[in-house]
Write a protein that binds this ligand. Sequence first.
Ligand code: SF4
Ligand code: SF4
Length: 371
Amino acid sequence: MIQTLYNVNEYDQALIDAAVEKMMKELDVLSDLRPGMKVVIKPNLIMAKPTSVPATTHPAVIRGVATWLRNNGITDITLAESSGGPYMAEYMKNIYKVCGVSALADVLKLNDDFTSVPVHTTDGFKNHSFNIITPITTADYIINICKLKTHSMTGLSAGMKNLFGVIPGLEKPQLHYLWPNIEDFSNMILEIDQTVKPNLTVIDAIDAMEGNGPTGGTSHPLKMILGSKDMYTQDYFAAGLMKLDPNSIVMVRQAVEKGLAHPDQIELRGDPIPEGLTQFKIPDSINLDFSSFMPGPLGKLFAKICAKLLKSFPKVDSDKCVGCGKCAESCPQQIIKIKNKKAKFPRRGCISCFCCQEMCPVKAISVKKAL
Ligand code: SF4
Ligand code: SF4
């Protein structure tokens, strides 16, 4: 499996274009493309955040890829994403504008078809079908361009998690509701990934996010662009660059167990891994694994008790809360109430998915441990 890594110090278009050119050559992407192909770029535009916040794919990276495609004869290029809110024209128009992708209209088409279609999955999957946004289902070639981040629920947001954004808007909380457990939720993400089957995955890690990602964390620049046709193995590799244990991220561990990721077959091309990389701060909601503190069944019991005592719940800072209701809209359990323009969070029924924290525009939601 060929994994590319190119050092790019900043969001400078010329530097990015040069890195994309080398990446495409190394991965021999040209041999996959034919004239007239419909290419869809799936970025991460999780919510309306400016490019100064490392929550969304930077438009300069998308421009670099789209320009390369155009220079190589591909002109039917569409950017398609379903953000965290409703999947509707007006809502998405604002996301395009705030995230800076409206300015890409000279190199690609911004998706304006907000329909979705049910797509059947492979026999044996727990999810028999997914409703997927239409442009993804009609694409000849899919380029997944994600942002590298830590994530309050899944631990990591990179290539695999980015494809949750092919599920239309408010259907995402329904899937959280259906699969509240992290093992099941991660399996569901992998089933979406295997249904969408992106042809190429590019990771924007020039600036990345650590801490309370995917939207409330802080900057941790890695100053690099990664690219691979093998999204699963690349996520394993990226977790290593963040100095996280890939096996501690359920989605990555499952990808290895299912034979989707092959970390022993990574062939690095491009620049060497820079020295002095430091560990990304993990989200406040992620618990430590205590099972190694004691051997055998006692260790398991001890870990279970610790997990219960340290279970994380959202906590709202009423001074910061502006009563917008975005948390309530995204809560799969529908337990958040807005009273007197302030959000109220009961613990009962909470599945600790942190969709609320993800969607809060003013970072009013923090994490509180049960103990
Ligand atoms: S309150 Fe927040 S963390 Fe709890 S279920 Fe709702 S969205 Fe998830
Ligand atoms: S999303 Fe944030 S600001 Fe809006 S109501 Fe919820 S806690 Fe308050």
